[in-house]
Write a protein that binds this ligand. Structure first.
Ligand code: F6R
Length: 613
């Protein structure tokens, strides 16, 4: 998830662009760059590092152009480096492009362009775009004014995946072209000037009049004009909208807190995690891995190691790996694993999960596995993070920056990525019939819309939170896969609401913890596994008998009707149900914390990245 800004008007563009990028830094901050039109030529300035470093680049103050594009990067394809920073130019230096999103078929396009004689300077997916525009521009012999627009439109039709792009060109030095598909982009209208941005906050201090773009729309901008086109370049009309946000609220896109924003970002984060890894009608594909059947057959054990929420993602994944890959899988807390002389060797594949990629215990646990001769695979959300530099292999969730301390979208994306990894292994190892795997893949592809559907329970949860926010203890119960959701829900509640909470495997209750159940206590049951639902219902009856008030999260038809509240969530493959079932419980923690007037995004005693032991 990167940030883009653009300006076309009468003022010095560079200052406006850098200012806008600073406000978008929360979307990514490993490198930044701008390109302005200087005396009809394109001038690019970019480098690795934070946006403020742009001020130190030689010559930045001498840029006087009044048209420019800019980008702050959250690396997806290629490490953070000057070469991989945006803007990217085509081979002839006539087109400059910044891009937010992921071009899923970039390898195919890159090979096509290489065959046509183009060469590439970066490892990014983006660099195919300016070259593709150049390819279509030179192919088109019609010398119309709209030749660049036509070339951009043709190029966009070839792109698969998500993109918001800005294009400037020497051939149209008084214009800019922008377009989007599945990636945000807005246009802010000023007097004799227009602003472009990935989201409203970056330009809200300049204007509150906005055009909001829909997928596959193209826009040709000049200082005084904004013309909108559909994908076939028919002109379309668009209403200007007044946005009445204050700048701080706007950074959160209108959400009160980053945590709520990130909860709502989950459908898209999951989409980005899936990316091009689940192609229709062919095997799972990981750009960054090419494991053979022989290589994977070496391993007689998987060991998943992580901390906190990331470890809970590992617990969910254990079920999937064992079920479809038939490999014994252990899960451990990194701070335990690193000191216990784990039974691992060169036949163990150790998988380390870390959103930040900087968690000290997880990194130490990974180093230990390497010393013991195991193969290591890191799963992180941050390109180039320490864990990915240490591991033998790395793959990324691409969930976009997670700012709230309590992890939400990183968790669901981790589970999705691990599920895809398990399918990848199972396909290579031929341990499960292809029909089952195809079904599971389709179930994963349906997750974004099912999470979207689940989010509709937010108002109900908000009201429910008002009735329980003063509780001192809350219990979460589940069996099998639902127990993993109970653990994650309980952690979420503790960390942002400061309410004491416990998660138990429902069948374990009568072996001790049931002594804590007293009149009026809240017990939350998670019931998504059709094979275990009746068993769990019986356990919940045991707490109801002892006076507990119950909330049930379920995707099953429940015949019992003495629960106090039931939230029905969409049905999915039981292996994936934690991705859906956790959503109402993330919202519940959030709304309880709000009711208590706490700082949801920065809970006491916690930090986003735990770089100490
Ligand atoms: C809980 C939470 C933490 C992290 C844990 C690991 O909401 O965010 O439990 O999951 O500190 O962090 P990463 O994934 O960065 O290694």
């Amino acid at each position: 998830m990167c940030g883009i800004v653009g300006y076309i008007g009468t003022k010095k563009a560079s200052t406006i662009l850098i200012n806008g990028l600073m406000r978008l830094e929360y979307r990514g901050y490993d490198s930044a760059g701008i390109c302005t039109i200087e005396n009809d030529n394109l001038k690019v300035m970019k480098d690795k590092g934070r946006v403020k470093n742009l001020y130190n680049l030689d010559g930045i103050n001498s840029l006087t152009g009044t048209i420019g594009i800019a980008h702050t990067r959250w690396a997806t394809h290629g490490k953070p480096s000057k070469e991989n920073s945006h803007p990217h130019l085509d081979n002839s230096n006539n087109f400059a492009v910044v891009h937010n999103g992921i071009i899923e078929n970039y390898n195919e396009l890159r090979n096509f362009l290489i065959e046509k004689g183009y060469n590439f300077k970066s490892e990014t997916d983006t660099e195919v775009i300016p070259n593709l525009i150049h390819y279509y521009y030179t192919k088109d012999t019609n010398n119309s004014n709209n030749k660049v627009l036509q070339a951009v439109s043709n190029a966009c039709k070839d792109l698969k995946g998500s993109f918001a792009i800005e294009v400037i060109s020497k051939y149209i030095p008084n214009n800019m072209i922008v377009c989007r598909k599945d990636s945000p982009l807005v246009i802010g209208k000023g007097d004799n000037e227009n602003y472009i941005s990935s989201d409203i906050p970056a330009i809200l201090s300049f204007t509150n009049k906005f055009y909001l773009l829909n997928d596959n729309e193209l826009v040709l901008l000049s200082t005084n004009n904004v013309t909108f086109y559909d994908s076939d370049l028919n002109v379309i009309n668009k209403e200007l909208q007044n946005i009445e946000w204050n700048a701080t609220a706007a950074e959160k896109n209108g959400f009160d807190d980053f945590m709520l924003k990130e909860i709502y970002e989950q459908p898209n984060a999951i989409r980005e995690t899936i990316g091009s890894r689940l192609p229709k009608n062919s095997l799972c594909d990981f750009d960054d891995l090419s494991f053979s059947k022989d290589f994977l057959s070496r391993f007689n054990k998987l060991y998943i190691v992580a901390c906190g929420t990331a470890m809970h993602a590992g617990l969910v994944a254990r079920n999937i790996f064992e079920k479809i890959c038939c490999i014994p899988t252990e899960v451990d807390i990194a701070s335990e694993f690193r000191y216990k002389n784990p039974l691992i060797d060169d036949k163990t594949l150790c998988i380390y999960i870390s959103q930040s990629g900087e968690t000290a215990d997880t990194i130490a646990a990974l180093k230990l596995a390497k010393q013991k001769g195991s193969t290591t695979l890191a799963i992180s959300n941050v390109i180039g993070s320490s864990i990915t530099r240490e591991a033998d292999y790395s793959i990324y969730t691409h969930a976009g920056p997670e700012i709230a301390v309590a992890s939400t979208k990183a968790y669901t994306s981790q589970v999705v990525l691990l599920a895809i990894l398990a399918i990848y292994f199972a396909e290579k190892l031929e341990k499960t019939d292809s029909e089952t795997l195809i079904k599971l893949k389709n179930d994963i592809l349906e997750l974004p819309s099912k999470v979207d559907e689940t989010l509709k329970c937010a108002d109900y949860i908000k009201e429910y939170a008002k009735t329980i926010y003063t509780e001192k203890d809350i219990f979460f119960l589940g069996r099998g896969i639902d127990y993993t959701t109970a653990l994650e829900a309980s952690l979420k509640l503790k960390e942002i609401s400061y309410i004491h909470s416990e998660a138990y495997a429902a069948g374990e209750l009568k072996h001790g913890p049931i002594a804590l159940i007293e009149n009026g206590i809240t017990v939350i049951g998670i019931l998504t596994d059709e094979n275990l639902v009746e068993k769990s219902v019986s356990n919940i009856q045991e707490v109801i008998t002892r006076g507990a008030k119950t909330l049930i999260i379920s995707n099953q038809h429940l015949t019992t009707n003495n629960f106090d509240k039931v939230i029905s969530v969409p049905y999915t493959n039981p292996l994936l149900s934690p991705i859906i079932a956790i959503v109402p419980l993330q919202l519940l923690s959030y709304y309880i914390s709000k009711e208590k007037g706490l700082d949801v995004d920065k809970p006491r005693n916690l930090a986003k990245s735990v770089t100490v032991e």
